[in-house]
Design a protein around this ligand. Structure first.
Ligand code: HEC
Length: 168
């Protein structure tokens, strides 16, 4: 091997090593976070998509379009439940999401919303009511455990009667 090809080979190996170093991820990859706080997700996504499911139990969807809209909202709640397992920008988000109970409530919410999706697809009012009642119990359970001092309960108590409240 002549000098020239030897140094060319050394150069190639150096480039390969450099590429390896450049490609290896930084030791502590930044953990993924939502771009908003969990409280904002509550108001704009979770609460927003859950309300119409409760309302549908007494103000029944009429057209195919109404049912379709309800299906989309239930899907938003389904993905919303899964999203709040990830901390966002709120000061104590991480503390909440680290708790096993938090994860359990969030995924239970997502699962119930998944049942609401199926109910909307099959236009089944009975199942809409049932999943709506499941959902409200999960919201309340988590709020009692994680935000006992804050008055959210009144908000959806007023806006969103469950099928029990209206006696059917
Ligand atoms: C996994 C736990 C959890 C679940 C499930 C949950 N929430 Fe929340 N929610 C919270 C916490 C904690 C806060 C307070 C966040 C804060 O103050 O930063 C909150 C805040 C809210 C707020 C904002 C209220 C305020 O005072 O600013 C609304 C509205 C809300 N939740 C509605 C709901 C509804 C409706 C559901 C069910 C469809 C639900 N939440 C399910 C934990 C939960």
């Amino acid at each position: 091997m002549n000098m020239q090809s030897k140094s060319a080979r050394t150069l190639l190996i150096s480039i390969a090593l450099l590429a390896l170093v450049a490609c290896s991820a930084p030791e502590e990859a930044e953990e993924f976070r939502l771009p908003i706080s969990i409280n904002e997700a509550m108001a704009s996504l979770i609460n927003h998509s859950a309300d119409p499911i409760w309302i549908a139990a007494w103000q029944n969807p009429q057209s195919d379009q109404d049912w379709r809209e309800l299906e989309h909202l239930a899907r938003q709640l389904q993905v919303g439940g899964a999203l709040i397992t990830i901390p966002g920008t709120g000061p104590v988000d991480q503390m909440w999401t680290n708790r096993a109970e938090w994860q359990r409530y969030s995924m239970a919410l997502s699962d119930s919303a998944g049942r609401a999706v199926n109910a909307a697809r099959s236009k089944d009012l009975e199942l809409i009511k049932r999943s709506g009642d499941e959902i409200v119990a999960i919201c309340e359970g988590c709020h009692i455990d994680f935000k006992p001092d804050l008055p959210t309960m009144n908000i959806y108590g007023e806006l969103s009667p469950t099928s029990d409240d209206i006696g059917n």
